[in-house]
Design a protein around this ligand. Structure first.
Ligand SMILES: [Zn+2]
Length: 353
């Protein structure tokens, strides 16, 4: 995939810093002054197939602004890159951050910042960190959304350092990571689970295989399965889950299939690690108690007696991933040493490297 032709982004259209679905996390005013007083401002971005979330955080971790944009992945992988670069540039102009972190739904080579593949975005071998760094003139960190979420949850669970939960992120993609409570240097092992074989003879996956977990469990997989079952198109996964909880039988069957597949994929890892808790993030963080209870029940049928973890939504809710992306940026700054002066935002970068 070639980098898209760049242009000078115009600060127009919907506001990069407009309140997202959750609005401001802490009710503080949007602005630079208080953030700078507390330390370097960083930006976190979480890119999914349907949404691009952003947060701007101050040095003390408080959220100065948050935003939400539609990704429009259907427009193609180049359009998604273009949107990402434009949005990051716009936020950089508005908030003058010292670094940017990006959480992605797919396999990421963190050392190089390359997205190895993210089927939901149509990305394969995309050097996204390099392109963002060229675009913004800033240090950039890139990681898997599950690792980012686990990083944020780990800091939110610093009081229980001896009980590391496992974090599973379910949304555009499916991934898992071992949380390391109180550790800012990152989660434990991070795995992209989306392309484990979940169903023999299952439907085709964008990766080229069939029956992948992502085709069954991801938001897109749930929405498509509901479409196949009912003929009703474009019902978001969150709505399918809501309908299932409200008694819609077709929705319930779709959700049960997803839960059983997820439990089957997680079972062996959980049997080995035996965590007290399984923390669910991604869009699933807001799925509701009926779905987390169903997941625990499905796990209990697969795990040895007494080894089934409690299943709980992420403390940070749906925002664990994007807040974790901001932490990736902060970790990158710490690794890079002293912060250099804020460079001017790009002008007509071609991202040709
Ligand atoms: Zn696949």
């Amino acid at each position: 995939m070639k980098p898209p032709p760049r242009h000078v982004a115009a600060a127009q259209g919907d506001e990069a810093g407009r309140p997202g679905e959750a609005g401001r996390a802490d009710g503080r005013a949007d602005g630079r002054a208080d953030g700078r007083a507390a330390g370097p401002v960083v930006i976190g971005l979480e890119l999914g197939a349907t949404r691009l979330r952003s947060v701007v955080t101050a040095g003390d971790g408080s959220v100065l602004a948050s935003g939400l944009r539609h990704t429009g992945a259907a427009k193609g992988p180049d359009a998604v890159v273009e949107l990402l670069l434009d949005h990051a540039a716009e936020l950089t102009r508005r908030h003058a951050p010292s670094a940017v972190g990006l959480a992605l739904p797919g396999t990421v080579a963190e050392a190089t910042g390359t997205c190895v593949h993210a089927t939901a975005l149509g990305w394969r071998g995309v050097p996204v960190r390099h392109w963002l760094a060229e675009e913004l003139g800033l240090p950039v960190a890139v990681g898997h959304e599950a690792g980012a979420g686990a990083l944020a949850e780990g800091l939110a669970r610093a009081r229980r350092p001896h009980h590391p939960p496992v974090f599973v992120s379910v949304g555009t993609a499916v991934g898992a990571a071992v949380v390391r409570p109180g550790r800012a240097d990152g989660p434990g092992h991070v795995v992209d689970l989306g392309h484990l074989r979940a169903e023999a003879g299952g439907g085709p996956c964008a990766c080229g295989a069939t029956g992948c977990l992502e085709t069954v469990v991801s938001d897109r997989g749930v929405s498509r399965a509901y479409h196949r079952a009912t003929g009703e198109a474009r019902v978001p996964a969150a709505e399918v889950r809501r309908r299932a909880a409200a008694g819609d039988r077709a929705a319930a069957r779709v959700c049960t299939r997803a839960v059983e597949s997820l439990a089957a994929a997680l079972g062996p890892g959980l049997a080995m690690l035996a965590p007290e808790r399984l923390v669910v993030g991604g869009e699933w963080a807001s799925a509701g108690g009926a779905h987390t209870d169903a997941l625990r029940a499905a796990l209990s049928r697969r795990l040895p007696f007494g080894r089934t973890p409690l299943v709980r939504p992420a403390r940070l809710g749906r925002r664990a991933g994007v807040l974790g992306a901001a932490l990736l940026a902060r970790r990158r700054l710490a690794a890079a040493g002293p912060v250099r002066a804020q460079p001017p935002p790009r002008g007509g970068t071609t991202a040709a490297g």
